[in-house]
Ligand binder design. Sequence first.
Ligand code: NAD
Length: 501
Amino acid sequence: MTETTKIYQNIIGNLEASSSSLESNTQLFEKYNPANKNELLGKFPQSTQEDLEKAVLVAKKAFESWRFTPAPQRAEILYKAAQITIQQKQILAETLTKETGKPIVEALGEIQEVIDTYLFFAGEGRRLYGMTGQSELPNKSIITIRQPIGICGLISAWNFPAAVPSWKVAPALISGNVVILKPSREAPISGYLLIENLIKAGLPEGCANLLFGDGALGQAISEHPEIKVISITGSVEVGKKVYETCGKMLKKCALELGGKNAITALKDANQELLLEGVLWGAFGTAGQRCTSTSRLIIQKSDWSNSFIAKLAESAKKLKVGNGLNKGIQVGPLISESHRKSVHRFVERALAEGGELICGGNILKGENHDQGFFYQPTIIKVKANSELSTQEVFGPVLAVIEVEDFEEAIKVANNTEFGLSLSIYTNDVNRAMQASNQLESGIVYINAPTIGAECGGAAAFGGWKNTGNGTREGGILALDTYTQYKTIYIDYSQKLQRAQID
Ligand code: NAD
């Protein structure tokens, strides 16, 4: 450890809180830069049940006043946090690049997403719409309002360590809840900075707390009876465990899980647009987005073979390296173990009879030995193979050839996941038929599977094993963090009996 390596502390009640694990000398965990495995970014406590109890106590107290703070006042804090984030955009993005490896231009985009999310949900502070309805009786009104639920346990994945926490924290807070955030051990710093900035923006004591730790802490958060809402972004395996716990406790639970996203290319597609879209969708963020394009389902045509060859040429030219360096397009994988897992997928695909089009290996050499870099890889496979159905979470594109539109849709839907599917075509009828038939929460037409926005109509989430029907990133996120209350107001000054009088 260098002298300047920071030991991060939990945040409880707006203060740095030393973890009880440190008293018992439990080891701190370390976070290194995946582009430079010698660069230690920080050390973090493995929080204990005792730390969790402290955070819950403080959050519970904070909820009593925050829940009744007028929502427009709550919004002022999100506006302020957006301003602080704008001022710090560059430094936050650089931290994010060091933490995840994603190229700086993508990290800047992620911080912009945090800003957009704060501004959008701050706007909700003056809406948070409920409903009004007509009573069957005279001089009587019915209104349904949204109310906060309590302490929300927010558990995030490492691949969007700033944007994903903001998708959870902002709607939770604007609705009047208080939160305990547990960032991933693989990327703990951006979440910490996010909470720090909310506090700087004036968030009252205890409304947003942060505990560092691993899956055991996530499990303890899910099981805690005082934590009334769980929102988790992660793998299907973990999501199922959390859902089971929440189910037993009848706890509200939002799951944002994996994907096996595909671009479907019909023979009338605009080839140049398609080329750019596939490269960005498959190899942006080194394929480590839940929405990454990990399949290209291409209709056989007189240009499909030459297109695949051109795609391979372009993939080989992508600049892979440290995301802080100028011109880098593809960063490293998050860890050595993850790189091994990606490589094993490739080996199995080739053993199963897949045809290697390009890549397929760990990147070596002066510019790559320090990090967990992997070659952008394209493999032609059969529709039912592992590579065409399972999430890899790396820069590996499975290409599947199909005869016609009907087969393309069938193959696109042939996975347990249902997050993001796309179709490239110039035929408006085919485009609309596809958007009707594709089984996913998000469909793109003539755009790759990545690029979700934050906004009123922009709902983010998936079908099938990608989740349990909840949404983030837009107005529907409020459904996770609010409960409805229906109020009947009788101003007739007499007893009126519904269904009887
Ligand atoms: P992961 O499932 O390993 O971990 C996610 C989080 O859950 C981490 O904070 C982890 O500590 C915690 N956790 C682990 N075990 C737990 C348990 N038993 N109880 C509670 N919490 C537990 O996932 P990851 O490797 O961090 O992220 C990659 C996965 O996330 C991919 O599958 C990706 O598709 C998915 N993802 C989904 C979305 C989405 O919005 N759908 C967005 C980003 C990433």
